[in-house]
Design a binder for this molecule. Structure first.
Ligand code: ZN
Length: 431
Protein backbone atom coordinates (compact mmCIF):
# COMPACT_ATOMS: atom_id res chain seq x y z
CA UNK A 1 0.00 0.00 0.00
CA UNK A 2 1.27 3.45 -0.86
CA UNK A 3 1.31 5.73 2.16
CA UNK A 4 1.91 9.50 2.26
CA UNK A 5 5.39 8.79 3.60
CA UNK A 6 6.44 6.35 0.89
CA UNK A 7 5.04 8.78 -1.69
CA UNK A 8 7.14 11.57 -0.16
CA UNK A 9 10.20 9.31 -0.04
CA UNK A 10 9.98 8.25 -3.68
CA UNK A 11 9.30 11.84 -4.76
CA UNK A 12 12.29 12.88 -2.67
CA UNK A 13 14.48 10.47 -4.62
CA UNK A 14 13.23 11.81 -7.95
CA UNK A 15 13.79 15.40 -6.84
CA UNK A 16 17.17 14.57 -5.33
CA UNK A 17 18.30 13.21 -8.69
CA UNK A 18 17.01 16.33 -10.45
CA UNK A 19 18.75 18.68 -7.97
CA UNK A 20 21.98 16.70 -8.45
CA UNK A 21 21.75 16.83 -12.24
CA UNK A 22 21.37 20.64 -12.14
CA UNK A 23 23.82 21.29 -9.35
CA UNK A 24 26.89 22.28 -11.39
CA UNK A 25 24.65 24.75 -13.18
CA UNK A 26 23.30 26.02 -9.84
CA UNK A 27 26.83 26.58 -8.50
CA UNK A 28 27.76 28.53 -11.65
CA UNK A 29 24.58 30.60 -11.21
CA UNK A 30 25.48 31.32 -7.58
CA UNK A 31 29.06 32.26 -8.52
CA UNK A 32 27.69 34.70 -11.11
CA UNK A 33 25.40 36.22 -8.46
CA UNK A 34 28.39 36.74 -6.15
CA UNK A 35 30.30 38.43 -8.98
CA UNK A 36 27.73 41.25 -9.02
CA UNK A 37 28.93 43.75 -6.41
CA UNK A 38 25.36 44.44 -5.36
CA UNK A 39 25.97 46.90 -2.54
CA UNK A 40 23.11 49.12 -1.46
CA UNK A 41 22.06 51.37 -4.33
CA UNK A 42 24.07 49.29 -6.83
CA UNK A 43 21.77 46.28 -7.22
CA UNK A 44 20.16 47.23 -10.54
CA UNK A 45 22.56 45.34 -12.88
CA UNK A 46 22.05 42.14 -10.88
CA UNK A 47 18.29 42.60 -10.85
CA UNK A 48 18.22 43.18 -14.64
CA UNK A 49 20.20 39.95 -15.11
CA UNK A 50 17.92 38.13 -12.66
CA UNK A 51 14.77 39.30 -14.49
CA UNK A 52 16.16 37.75 -17.70
CA UNK A 53 17.05 34.46 -16.01
CA UNK A 54 13.54 34.18 -14.55
CA UNK A 55 11.79 35.23 -17.76
CA UNK A 56 13.66 32.58 -19.77
CA UNK A 57 12.25 29.98 -17.37
CA UNK A 58 8.78 30.99 -18.54
CA UNK A 59 7.71 33.01 -15.50
CA UNK A 60 5.79 36.29 -15.77
CA UNK A 61 8.27 38.89 -14.56
CA UNK A 62 7.35 42.16 -12.87
CA UNK A 63 10.46 44.33 -12.50
CA UNK A 64 9.71 47.56 -10.69
CA UNK A 65 11.40 50.09 -8.45
CA UNK A 66 10.65 51.54 -5.04
CA UNK A 67 9.49 54.68 -6.88
CA UNK A 68 6.71 52.64 -8.53
CA UNK A 69 4.84 52.16 -5.25
CA UNK A 70 3.79 54.90 -2.85
CA UNK A 71 6.39 53.60 -0.41
CA UNK A 72 6.62 56.49 2.02
CA UNK A 73 2.84 56.50 2.53
CA UNK A 74 3.17 53.17 4.35
CA UNK A 75 3.48 53.48 8.13
CA UNK A 76 6.17 50.76 8.17
CA UNK A 77 8.37 52.33 5.45
CA UNK A 78 11.76 53.27 6.90
CA UNK A 79 13.78 56.38 5.97
CA UNK A 80 16.09 55.76 3.00
CA UNK A 81 18.70 58.41 3.71
CA UNK A 82 19.67 59.61 0.25
CA UNK A 83 19.20 56.32 -1.64
CA UNK A 84 17.55 56.75 -5.05
CA UNK A 85 14.14 55.03 -4.94
CA UNK A 86 13.98 54.68 -8.73
CA UNK A 87 17.33 52.89 -8.79
CA UNK A 88 16.31 50.31 -6.20
CA UNK A 89 14.89 47.53 -8.40
CA UNK A 90 12.70 44.63 -7.30
CA UNK A 91 11.93 41.48 -9.28
CA UNK A 92 8.83 39.32 -8.87
CA UNK A 93 8.50 36.26 -11.12
CA UNK A 94 5.12 34.55 -11.06
CA UNK A 95 4.30 30.96 -11.85
CA UNK A 96 0.51 30.63 -12.01
CA UNK A 97 -0.07 26.90 -11.52
CA UNK A 98 -3.60 25.58 -12.00
CA UNK A 99 -4.95 27.29 -8.89
CA UNK A 100 -5.76 23.98 -7.18
CA UNK A 101 -2.95 24.11 -4.60
CA UNK A 102 -1.89 26.52 -1.89
CA UNK A 103 0.07 29.58 -3.00
CA UNK A 104 3.58 30.51 -1.91
CA UNK A 105 5.95 33.47 -1.92
CA UNK A 106 9.66 32.63 -1.96
CA UNK A 107 11.79 35.67 -1.39
CA UNK A 108 15.48 36.45 -1.12
CA UNK A 109 17.46 39.66 -0.81
CA UNK A 110 20.29 40.32 -3.23
CA UNK A 111 21.75 43.40 -1.53
CA UNK A 112 25.04 42.75 0.26
CA UNK A 113 26.96 44.70 2.89
CA UNK A 114 30.32 46.35 2.08
CA UNK A 115 33.31 44.03 1.92
CA UNK A 116 35.76 46.23 3.84
CA UNK A 117 39.47 46.26 2.91
CA UNK A 118 39.87 43.71 0.10
CA UNK A 119 43.43 42.81 1.18
CA UNK A 120 41.99 41.40 4.43
CA UNK A 121 40.25 38.64 2.42
CA UNK A 122 42.01 35.36 1.55
CA UNK A 123 40.05 35.13 -1.70
CA UNK A 124 38.80 38.30 -3.45
CA UNK A 125 35.22 38.94 -2.28
CA UNK A 126 33.57 39.24 -5.70
CA UNK A 127 35.35 36.50 -7.68
CA UNK A 128 32.86 33.75 -6.76
CA UNK A 129 35.58 31.14 -6.26
CA UNK A 130 34.79 27.52 -5.31
CA UNK A 131 37.41 25.87 -3.12
CA UNK A 132 37.15 22.63 -1.12
CA UNK A 133 33.37 22.48 -1.32
CA UNK A 134 32.81 26.09 -0.33
CA UNK A 135 31.78 29.00 -2.52
CA UNK A 136 33.53 32.15 -1.30
CA UNK A 137 32.57 35.78 -1.45
CA UNK A 138 30.49 38.60 -0.06
CA UNK A 139 26.84 37.61 -0.22
CA UNK A 140 27.60 33.94 -1.00
CA UNK A 141 26.10 32.93 2.33
CA UNK A 142 23.90 35.97 3.07
CA UNK A 143 21.92 35.19 1.01
CA UNK A 144 22.63 34.59 -2.65
CA UNK A 145 22.92 30.83 -1.97
CA UNK A 146 19.33 30.93 -0.71
CA UNK A 147 18.24 32.76 -3.87
CA UNK A 148 19.88 30.04 -5.98
CA UNK A 149 18.16 27.37 -3.87
CA UNK A 150 14.63 28.73 -4.33
CA UNK A 151 15.08 29.11 -8.10
CA UNK A 152 16.72 25.72 -8.61
CA UNK A 153 14.17 24.00 -6.36
CA UNK A 154 11.50 24.91 -8.91
CA UNK A 155 13.82 23.89 -11.75
CA UNK A 156 14.25 20.48 -10.12
CA UNK A 157 10.49 19.96 -9.87
CA UNK A 158 10.12 20.66 -13.56
CA UNK A 159 13.17 18.56 -14.49
CA UNK A 160 11.65 15.64 -12.57
CA UNK A 161 8.54 15.92 -14.72
CA UNK A 162 6.16 17.69 -12.33
CA UNK A 163 4.42 21.06 -12.08
CA UNK A 164 3.34 22.75 -8.82
CA UNK A 165 -0.40 23.42 -8.61
CA UNK A 166 -0.50 26.53 -6.42
CA UNK A 167 0.64 29.96 -7.57
CA UNK A 168 4.25 30.83 -6.72
CA UNK A 169 5.89 34.25 -6.60
CA UNK A 170 9.69 34.13 -6.74
CA UNK A 171 11.01 37.47 -5.52
CA UNK A 172 14.44 39.07 -5.31
CA UNK A 173 14.51 42.28 -3.30
CA UNK A 174 16.87 45.04 -2.16
CA UNK A 175 17.11 47.00 1.10
CA UNK A 176 17.01 43.96 3.40
CA UNK A 177 20.28 45.00 5.06
CA UNK A 178 19.19 48.58 5.75
CA UNK A 179 15.42 49.21 5.84
CA UNK A 180 13.35 46.27 4.59
CA UNK A 181 11.64 48.57 2.10
CA UNK A 182 12.27 46.15 -0.78
CA UNK A 183 10.17 43.41 0.82
CA UNK A 184 7.57 45.95 1.88
CA UNK A 185 7.27 47.25 -1.69
CA UNK A 186 6.37 43.78 -3.01
CA UNK A 187 3.51 43.61 -0.51
CA UNK A 188 2.40 47.13 -1.44
CA UNK A 189 2.53 46.03 -5.09
CA UNK A 190 -0.12 43.47 -4.14
CA UNK A 191 1.76 40.17 -3.96
CA UNK A 192 0.22 37.81 -1.40
CA UNK A 193 0.23 34.08 -0.75
CA UNK A 194 -0.86 31.46 1.76
CA UNK A 195 2.71 31.25 3.08
CA UNK A 196 6.12 32.77 2.57
CA UNK A 197 9.55 31.12 2.66
CA UNK A 198 12.75 33.15 2.97
CA UNK A 199 15.86 30.95 2.66
CA UNK A 200 18.26 33.00 4.79
CA UNK A 201 21.35 31.20 6.13
CA UNK A 202 19.88 29.76 9.32
CA UNK A 203 22.00 26.57 9.26
CA UNK A 204 19.12 24.16 8.44
CA UNK A 205 17.01 25.49 11.31
CA UNK A 206 13.70 27.32 11.37
CA UNK A 207 13.74 30.83 12.79
CA UNK A 208 11.18 30.94 15.61
CA UNK A 209 11.68 34.49 16.88
CA UNK A 210 13.72 37.46 15.77
CA UNK A 211 14.65 40.87 17.13
CA UNK A 212 13.69 44.20 15.61
CA UNK A 213 16.23 46.95 14.98
CA UNK A 214 16.54 50.71 14.86
CA UNK A 215 19.19 52.61 12.89
CA UNK A 216 20.15 56.08 14.03
CA UNK A 217 22.88 58.63 13.48
CA UNK A 218 24.16 61.04 16.10
CA UNK A 219 25.83 64.25 14.93
CA UNK A 220 27.90 66.02 17.59
CA UNK A 221 29.44 69.50 17.36
CA UNK A 222 32.76 70.54 18.83
CA UNK A 223 34.63 73.81 19.33
CA UNK A 224 37.82 73.77 17.28
CA UNK A 225 40.93 75.16 18.96
CA UNK A 226 44.68 74.78 18.44
CA UNK A 227 45.85 71.81 20.47
CA UNK A 228 48.31 74.17 22.20
CA UNK A 229 45.25 75.70 23.91
CA UNK A 230 43.01 72.63 23.82
CA UNK A 231 41.37 73.64 27.11
CA UNK A 232 39.70 76.51 25.21
CA UNK A 233 38.06 74.09 22.75
CA UNK A 234 35.87 70.97 22.85
CA UNK A 235 36.51 67.77 20.94
CA UNK A 236 33.44 66.43 19.19
CA UNK A 237 35.21 63.04 19.07
CA UNK A 238 35.51 62.92 22.87
CA UNK A 239 31.87 64.02 23.19
CA UNK A 240 30.90 61.20 20.83
CA UNK A 241 32.80 58.72 23.01
CA UNK A 242 30.80 59.93 26.01
CA UNK A 243 27.52 59.33 24.16
CA UNK A 244 28.63 55.94 22.83
CA UNK A 245 29.50 54.78 26.37
CA UNK A 246 26.04 55.86 27.49
CA UNK A 247 24.46 53.69 24.77
CA UNK A 248 26.63 50.73 25.81
CA UNK A 249 25.45 51.11 29.42
CA UNK A 250 21.85 51.50 28.26
CA UNK A 251 22.12 48.27 26.23
CA UNK A 252 23.48 46.45 29.27
CA UNK A 253 20.44 47.59 31.29
CA UNK A 254 18.06 46.48 28.50
CA UNK A 255 19.68 43.04 28.46
CA UNK A 256 19.35 42.74 32.24
CA UNK A 257 15.60 43.27 31.78
CA UNK A 258 15.53 40.59 29.04
CA UNK A 259 16.74 37.64 31.15
CA UNK A 260 13.20 36.26 31.57
CA UNK A 261 11.89 37.17 28.11
CA UNK A 262 9.57 34.37 26.90
CA UNK A 263 11.44 33.83 23.61
CA UNK A 264 14.91 35.23 24.30
CA UNK A 265 15.70 34.05 27.84
CA UNK A 266 17.95 31.31 26.41
CA UNK A 267 20.09 33.86 24.55
CA UNK A 268 22.80 35.73 26.43
CA UNK A 269 22.51 39.50 25.85
CA UNK A 270 20.15 39.26 22.85
CA UNK A 271 19.93 43.03 22.42
CA UNK A 272 22.96 44.12 20.44
CA UNK A 273 24.15 47.69 20.07
CA UNK A 274 26.65 48.55 17.37
CA UNK A 275 28.47 51.67 16.24
CA UNK A 276 29.12 50.74 12.63
CA UNK A 277 30.37 54.00 11.13
CA UNK A 278 32.18 56.95 12.71
CA UNK A 279 33.51 60.07 11.05
CA UNK A 280 34.85 63.25 12.54
CA UNK A 281 37.47 65.91 12.81
CA UNK A 282 39.62 67.55 10.16
CA UNK A 283 43.08 68.03 11.62
CA UNK A 284 45.42 66.22 14.05
CA UNK A 285 46.34 69.46 15.86
CA UNK A 286 42.80 70.86 16.18
CA UNK A 287 40.19 69.76 18.70
CA UNK A 288 37.57 68.02 16.54
CA UNK A 289 34.93 70.42 15.22
CA UNK A 290 32.43 67.68 14.43
CA UNK A 291 31.77 63.98 14.74
CA UNK A 292 28.97 61.74 13.58
CA UNK A 293 28.38 58.07 14.08
CA UNK A 294 25.84 55.52 12.88
CA UNK A 295 24.33 52.98 15.25
CA UNK A 296 22.06 49.97 15.32
CA UNK A 297 20.13 48.91 18.42
CA UNK A 298 18.03 45.74 18.67
CA UNK A 299 14.64 45.32 20.34
CA UNK A 300 12.74 42.24 21.48
CA UNK A 301 9.17 41.05 20.87
CA UNK A 302 6.94 43.03 23.22
CA UNK A 303 8.68 46.33 22.44
CA UNK A 304 7.52 48.42 19.47
CA UNK A 305 9.93 50.34 17.23
CA UNK A 306 8.33 53.55 18.52
CA UNK A 307 9.04 52.58 22.13
CA UNK A 308 12.62 51.70 21.21
CA UNK A 309 13.03 55.09 19.51
CA UNK A 310 11.72 56.91 22.60
CA UNK A 311 14.27 54.93 24.63
CA UNK A 312 17.08 56.02 22.31
CA UNK A 313 15.99 59.68 22.60
CA UNK A 314 15.94 59.42 26.38
CA UNK A 315 19.35 57.73 26.55
CA UNK A 316 20.85 60.51 24.44
CA UNK A 317 19.12 63.24 26.49
CA UNK A 318 20.37 61.71 29.78
CA UNK A 319 23.93 61.43 28.42
CA UNK A 320 23.88 65.07 27.37
CA UNK A 321 22.52 66.29 30.68
CA UNK A 322 25.64 64.97 32.47
CA UNK A 323 28.08 66.70 30.10
CA UNK A 324 28.83 70.42 30.44
CA UNK A 325 29.31 71.02 26.70
CA UNK A 326 26.59 68.72 25.35
CA UNK A 327 23.99 70.00 27.81
CA UNK A 328 24.11 73.40 26.11
CA UNK A 329 25.10 72.12 22.61
CA UNK A 330 22.80 69.18 22.04
CA UNK A 331 23.62 66.57 19.42
CA UNK A 332 21.39 66.01 16.42
CA UNK A 333 19.61 62.62 16.27
CA UNK A 334 18.70 61.32 12.81
CA UNK A 335 16.64 58.17 12.07
CA UNK A 336 18.71 56.67 9.29
CA UNK A 337 17.20 53.30 8.33
CA UNK A 338 15.64 50.28 10.04
CA UNK A 339 12.56 50.83 12.20
CA UNK A 340 11.95 47.11 12.22
CA UNK A 341 9.41 45.26 14.31
CA UNK A 342 10.58 42.23 16.25
CA UNK A 343 8.49 39.16 15.41
CA UNK A 344 7.69 35.58 16.29
CA UNK A 345 6.64 32.74 14.01
CA UNK A 346 3.67 31.48 15.99
CA UNK A 347 4.08 27.72 16.49
CA UNK A 348 1.68 25.28 14.89
CA UNK A 349 1.04 26.71 11.44
CA UNK A 350 0.40 24.20 8.67
CA UNK A 351 3.30 25.67 6.71
CA UNK A 352 5.66 24.91 9.59
CA UNK A 353 4.33 21.35 9.89
CA UNK A 354 4.89 20.72 6.18
CA UNK A 355 8.42 22.12 6.38
CA UNK A 356 9.24 20.03 9.46
CA UNK A 357 8.09 16.85 7.72
CA UNK A 358 10.15 17.44 4.56
CA UNK A 359 13.17 18.48 6.63
CA UNK A 360 12.98 15.12 8.40
CA UNK A 361 13.01 13.31 5.05
CA UNK A 362 15.99 15.27 3.69
CA UNK A 363 18.14 15.52 6.82
CA UNK A 364 16.97 12.40 8.61
CA UNK A 365 16.58 14.31 11.87
CA UNK A 366 13.98 16.66 13.37
CA UNK A 367 14.10 20.33 12.36
CA UNK A 368 15.68 22.51 15.08
CA UNK A 369 14.54 26.01 15.98
CA UNK A 370 16.62 29.18 16.04
CA UNK A 371 16.11 32.34 18.08
CA UNK A 372 17.62 35.17 16.04
CA UNK A 373 19.44 38.29 17.15
CA UNK A 374 19.25 39.74 13.63
CA UNK A 375 16.41 41.13 11.55
CA UNK A 376 14.90 39.34 8.53
CA UNK A 377 12.24 40.41 6.04
CA UNK A 378 9.80 37.81 7.42
CA UNK A 379 8.50 40.42 9.86
CA UNK A 380 6.25 42.21 7.35
CA UNK A 381 4.50 39.01 6.29
CA UNK A 382 3.90 37.91 9.89
CA UNK A 383 3.25 41.23 11.64
CA UNK A 384 1.59 43.37 8.98
CA UNK A 385 -0.01 40.99 6.47
CA UNK A 386 -0.93 37.86 8.48
CA UNK A 387 1.05 35.50 6.23
CA UNK A 388 2.98 32.69 7.96
CA UNK A 389 6.61 33.34 6.99
CA UNK A 390 9.24 30.65 7.37
CA UNK A 391 12.88 31.63 7.55
CA UNK A 392 14.86 28.46 6.83
CA UNK A 393 18.01 27.90 4.86
CA UNK A 394 21.54 26.71 4.31
CA UNK A 395 24.74 26.75 6.35
CA UNK A 396 27.69 29.06 5.83
CA UNK A 397 30.32 31.07 7.63
CA UNK A 398 31.04 34.76 7.98
CA UNK A 399 27.97 36.87 7.22
CA UNK A 400 29.10 40.53 7.12
CA UNK A 401 32.66 39.30 7.87
CA UNK A 402 35.87 38.68 5.93
CA UNK A 403 36.03 35.34 4.06
CA UNK A 404 32.27 34.86 3.92
CA UNK A 405 31.54 31.46 2.35
CA UNK A 406 28.79 28.92 1.91
CA UNK A 407 28.90 25.13 2.24
CA UNK A 408 27.79 23.81 -1.15
CA UNK A 409 26.62 20.42 0.16
CA UNK A 410 24.34 22.34 2.49
CA UNK A 411 23.00 24.37 -0.44
CA UNK A 412 22.31 21.14 -2.33
CA UNK A 413 20.31 19.70 0.60
CA UNK A 414 18.37 22.90 1.20
CA UNK A 415 17.49 23.09 -2.49
CA UNK A 416 15.99 19.60 -2.18
CA UNK A 417 14.24 20.55 1.05
CA UNK A 418 12.66 23.57 -0.65
CA UNK A 419 11.66 21.49 -3.70
CA UNK A 420 9.92 18.99 -1.41
CA UNK A 421 8.30 21.79 0.59
CA UNK A 422 6.90 23.35 -2.59
CA UNK A 423 5.66 19.93 -3.71
CA UNK A 424 3.82 19.31 -0.46
CA UNK A 425 2.60 22.86 0.12
CA UNK A 426 1.50 23.82 -3.38
CA UNK A 427 0.62 20.31 -4.61
CA UNK A 428 2.08 18.64 -7.71
CA UNK A 429 0.79 17.23 -10.93
CA UNK A 430 2.60 15.12 -13.50
CA UNK A 431 3.63 16.99 -16.62
ZN1 ZN B 1 20.38 38.09 4.92
Amino acid sequence: METELTKTNSLAEELRAAVDRNFDDQVAFLARLVQFRSLRGQEAPLQAWMAERLAERGYKVDAFSLADVDLMSHPKAAPMDGIDLAGSRQVVATYDGDGKGRSLIMQGHIDVVPEGPVDFWDIPPFDGVVRDGWLHGRGAQDMKAGVSAMIYALDAIRAAGYAPQGRIHLQTVTEEESTGNGALSTLMRGYRADACLIPEPIGHKLLRAQVGAIWFRVRVRGTPAHVAYSETGTSAILSAMHVIRAFQDYTKRLNEQAVDHPWFKTVKSPIKFNVGIIKGGDWASSTAAWCEFDCRLGLLPGTSPQEAMRGIEKCLADAQSTDSFLSSNPAELIWSGFQADPSVLEPGSEAEQVLASVHQVVFNEPMQLQIGTAVTDTRYYKVDYGIPALCYGHYGIGPHAFNERVDLESVRKITLSIALFVSNWCGLKKL
